[in-house]
Design a protein. Structure first.
Length: 467
């Protein structure tokens, strides 16, 4: 995925201004940074791999995104990840001020966005852009590793992209002997492991973006004969493509409390548990974005409040409780419970949420009704933010409200945000459909909302408890 919204800004293609900067600054083959480079290598001892930074073992406890850096330091993170080199100098500087390193991404164009890896001119231009980026940033002391491409294998057919990845990795090694290289795949498939192994010998670390499938990564790394180290460069709650769906195709999102449990279990059981081969990770997303909902992947609210998932990382990385913790939501329910339903337009439905606060802070509740996102995006492609539907929330009182079902036919969600007044929040939502279809009408009028149900991967809690 890529982050794309008002708090995490990514530009898929370099702007003219950014390209000119690279040309001017890197044209002489010199970095613009005067600071001393901090050398990073990949080391292996007694079967355990690791980054070696300035001669010392460096295990990545990373966050995906470049905002909320003080919070990242507070919870014990030591590295951040970017997806492209736009504003890279500023990001590297801000990270360095706080003692953080950077997995500096270089956006490699996707076939699914129209890039042709048989176009020799376009391929050469992209490689030259990377060369200039290496010359520009290679000596920055915050640089940890070059991230060459993100999910280029998503829905692709032309495997020539891996020759481009190799050419860039080779350039990185030639121009910058002080930093290793990685490339990031969408999930872990045997074909990609083999292609990278065969075609990209200059890739030092394989990086994987994975959600529910994280349970299979440690085993498959070995099954697919990847002999070098790897990282998990995106991980978090169940992806919206991995969960059970309503009759009209709305995916069921975990509550913030359920996500917090998922963060802990997946980190303990599948990241930290494979220290021999896994040399670190970057949790996704250290910020907020609209993707299927406004809350699915972000660990922060749109106004910068942090969630219970952030607290879980604090406990894992600092081995202590936060000074003040986020609220814990126990449930969100309507008159009929927590299941998704067809509702009659203009009906007045009772809604309630139950939450507690570990510090006894007074909680406030904010309610919204939002249309369901029907954008058919993939791989984290940009989605516009969705405004709440006016006039749908009635008679708000504490942890309850009345929902006026919208008159316009279609899928919606009732959303609650629970704030503690100390910079934290909890959230949950339930899908519903306004104006149920008549008998026999669903397939003709509402076929676009129908999808096959998928199963949520089982979580293994036994290892978590043993840790």
């Amino acid at each position: 995925m890529i982050p794309m919204n008002n708090t995490i800004h990514y530009i898929r293609q370099h702007t003219f201004r950014a390209v000119i900067c690279l040309l001017l600054c890197a044209g002489a083959g010199q970095s613009i940074f005067a600071q001393d480079v901090v050398p990073v290598t990949i080391g292996e001892k007694d079967g355990q791999w690791s980054f070696m930074r300035n001669g010392e073992e460096y295990y990545v406890k990373g966050v995906g995104g470049h905002h909320h850096l003080d919070k990242a330091v507070e919870i014990g993170a030591n590295s951040i990840r970017t997806w492209g080199v736009d504003n890279a100098g500023e990001i590297l500087d801000e990270a360095h001020k706080r003692g953080l390193t950077v997995m500096l991404g270089f956006w490699v164009q996707h076939e699914r966005h129209g890039f042709d890896y048989d176009d020799e001119v376009a391929v050469k231009q992209q490689i030259e852009g990377f060369r200039k980026a290496v010359l520009l940033y290679k000596d920055h002391p915050a640089l940890l590793v070059w991230g060459i491409g993100n999910e280029v294998n998503l829905n692709y057919k032309n495997t020539n992209v891996w020759y481009s990845i190799q050419e860039m990795a080779k350039i990185a090694h030639e121009l910058d002997p002080n930093h290793p290289t990685t490339t990031v795949t969408a999930g872990l498939a045997e074909q990609e492991a083999r292609l990278i192994r065969e075609r990209c010998p200059d890739i030092d670390v394989l990086s994987v973006n994975t959600y529910g499938d994280i349970t299979r990564v440690p085993e498959n790394i070995r099954n697919y004969k990847w002999e070098k180290p790897y990282m998990i460069t995106e991980w978090g709650p169940n992806g919206h493509w991995e969960v059970e769906k309503s009759a009209w195709g709305a995916p069921f999102e975990q509550t913030s409390a359920e996500k917090a449990k998922t963060y802990r279990e997946r980190y303990v059981n599948y990241i930290a548990a494979d220290r021999d081969r896994c040399i670190g990770s970057y949790v996704f997303l250290w910020g907020q974005k609209q993707e299927k909902t406004s809350t699915w992947y972000g660990m922060f609210s749109a106004d910068g409040k942090s969630s219970q998932g952030v607290d879980e990382l604090h406990k894992l990385w600092q081995n202590s409780d936060p000074k003040n913790s986020a609220p814990i939501i126990e449930y969100l329910k309507l008159d009929f419970g927590t299941e998704a339903k067809y509702l009659k337009a203009d009906a007045l439905i009772s809604v309630s949420a139950q939450a507690s606060d570990p510090d006894g802070d007074k909680l406030s509740y904010v309610w919204q009704v939002t249309p369901e996102s029907l954008v058919k995006s993939e791989g984290g492609d940009v989605e516009s933010s969705i405004n709440s539907v006016p006039g749908t929330i009635k008679k708000k009182k504490g942890n309850t409200c009345k929902l006026r079902v919208p008159r316009k036919t279609g899928p919606y969600r009732i959303v609650v945000f629970i704030y503690d007044g100390k910079g934290h929040y909890a959230t949950a939502n339930i899908p519903f459909f306004s104006n149920p279809p008549e008998e026999g009408e669903a397939q003709s009028r509402f076929a676009q909302f129908k999808t096959k149900k998928l199963q949520i991967p089982e979580l293994n809690t036994s290892k978590s408890e043993s840790k």
